[in-house]
Design a protein around this ligand. Structure first.
Ligand SMILES: Cc1cc2nc3c(=O)[nH]c(=O)nc-3n(C[C@H](O)[C@H](O)[C@H](O)COP(=O)(O)OP(=O)(O)OC[C@H]3O[C@@H](n4cnc5c(N)ncnc54)[C@H](O)[C@@H]3O)c2cc1C
Length: 443
């Protein structure tokens, strides 16, 4: 029997929503978690980061995830332009608390988190889509009024609840943002992605065993994520020009993209696609305002940043944990809770900006040249690895250990860019077409 007046309703049973529901249930709050699909279901976002492990441990699912994951000790970047490869082992991160992560099938990972929320006391519903939400007039919390949430079950039934607080974790559906605010798209990241699971792809060995490989192509980038068994997740994220000449089926387009990258096509020789080919419009966005009276948006429902550095699940779960604390605080004292909600959004927005600074410059030849041959002067390389390991949170300036290294890296980048524009300074290998350069598509 569903509790008609829970403390909190959570919309969406992905990593963010399940994390939030788990922590609220642990705090003794009554919480109802709605998921529109049935677990296990496919989802993209399979590469986790070391900082994820702390949250998994607090949730009590660390061993479960270890059991379904491929050990990931770092990230490797490969440049199609120069043929160079650069490894970023997490053991060099400035924060040494966690030096590995895992790569997981999201169907298994998300199901484990969702079932764990139920185990901890959350009331969970699958195949139940939140269809409507109505907030009373402003100041409703003071008057003791509640929002109304209407969810539809797969057999056409309706569940109407009156929670005190709503957490929106609906992912890229951005359920609340579509209704109560605007979404600001990032004009530097108007990209789309295609991806599929493959079998028989060449895996990295030795030191690089388990690494995610990011292949930087001419008009986008690929991920190669080793999953359990002989499965490799391969995806391509490309800007508008990458898709301009697409023709034929989705399969043709995807295979075409793979063939256009010398470094990726070398690894898929003799391999085959298993299962479906998926695509997603991948542009980054952020809700103009992620919180208001009685609600907070968390995870992708609040904002999304390009997935090049595998930050999405970590950010979603961080938002889930912080969001649960903010909702818990709001239930005790709405004024304090509102401040906590704003602080949660701000923390996440800053983390996105921090990683975004690097991602949205990655096609710049100076940035690529620096990134693909990082020097460890003033711990700059280790500072970058620290970010790649997910150490992104930490108030206004981020992880205190990384402030000097990252500021130094930014300063070097800006000085070299200034010199490069004037034709001065050292040679930038990523600024000239190299032996592996892909010819631009014919107009
Ligand atoms: C191409 C691509 C590659 C990526 N690669 C990575 C990666 O390697 N590593 C990484 O960490 N991240 C990656 N990400 C990002 C990652 O997928 C997301 O950041 C992460 O899944 C966000 O979690 P979430 O819980 O906020 O949303 P989701 O995981 O999307 O979960 C939202 C859930 O809400 C449900 N839902 C939606 N609307 C409703 C509704 N009205 N009622 C009920 N339920 C609803 C959905 O069914 C879904 O299960 C990638 C993203 C893309 C697009």
């Amino acid at each position: 029997m569903t509790n008609p007046t829970p403390d909190v309703v959570v919309i969406g049973g992905g990593p963010s929503g399940s994390t939030a529901a788990s922590f609220l249930a642990k705090a003794g709050r009554s919480v109802v978690l709605f998921e529109k699909e049935a677990h296990p279901r496919f989802h993209i976002g399979e590469s986790l980061l070391p900082r994820n492990l702390d949250i998994l441990e607090r949730l009590g699912v660390l061993d479960t995830v270890r059991g379904i994951g491929v050990h990931k000790p770092g990230a490797e970047f490969v440049s199609d332009r120069t043929g160079r490869s650069c490894a970023f082992p997490f053991r060099h991160a400035l924060n040494q608390a966690r030096t590995h992560a895992w790569q997981v099938r999201r169907s298994e990972f998300d199901e484990a988190l969702f079932r764990n929320a139920a185990r901890l006391g959350a009331e969970t519903h699958e195949e139940t889509r939140v269809a409507e939400i109505r907030f009373p007039a402003e100041g409703f919390a003071r008057r003791g009024e509640r929002p109304e949430v209407v969810a539809k079950t797969k057999d056409g039934g309706e569940i109407t609840l009156r929670p005190r607080f709503v957490l929106d974790a609906s992912g890229r559906d951005t359920f609340l943002a579509n209704k109560v605010t605007t979404k600001n798209s990032n004009k530097y990241n108007n990209t789309a992605a295609m991806y599929a699971h493959w079998r028989g792809v060449e895996r990295r060995e030795g030191e690089l065993d388990g690494y995610i490989s990011i292949h930087l192509a001419e008009d986008g980038w690929f991920w190669l994520i080793p999953l359990p068994g002989d499965v490799m997740s391969i995806g391509f994220v490309g800007n508008q020009s990458a898709w301009k000449h697409r023709k034929g089926s989705a399969r043709d387009t995807f295979l075409d993209r793979v063939a256009s990258s010398p470094s990726v096509s070398a690894r898929v020789r003799g391999a085959e696609i298993v299962g479906e080919i998926y695509s997603t419009a991948n542009y980054s966005y952020r809700a103009a305002s992620g919180t208001g009276e009685g609600y907070l948006m968390i995870g992708d429902a609040f904002g999304f940043v390009d997935p090049m550095f595998s930050t999405g699940v970590l950010m979603a779960m961080t938002a889930g944990e912080l969001g649960a604390k903010a909702a818990d605080g709001w239930l005790d004292d709405p004024v304090r809770g509102e401040a906590m909600c704003r602080a949660t959004n701000l923390e996440l927005a800053r983390a996105m900006d921090r990683i975004g600074w690097l991602i949205y410059r990655i096609n710049d030849p100076v940035m690529r040249s620096l990134f693909m041959a990082p020097k460890n002067t003033l711990w700059m390389r280790d500072g970058i690895i620290n970010m790649l390991a997910g150490n992104l949170a930490g108030g206004r300036f981020g992880d205190p250990r990384a402030i000097l290294p990252i500021l130094s890296f930014k300063a070097v980048y800006h000085v070299l860019s200034w010199m490069h524009r004037r034709g001065w300074g050292p040679d930038m290998p990523e600024s000239r077409p190299g032996p592996m350069a892909v010819p631009a598509p014919a107009e």
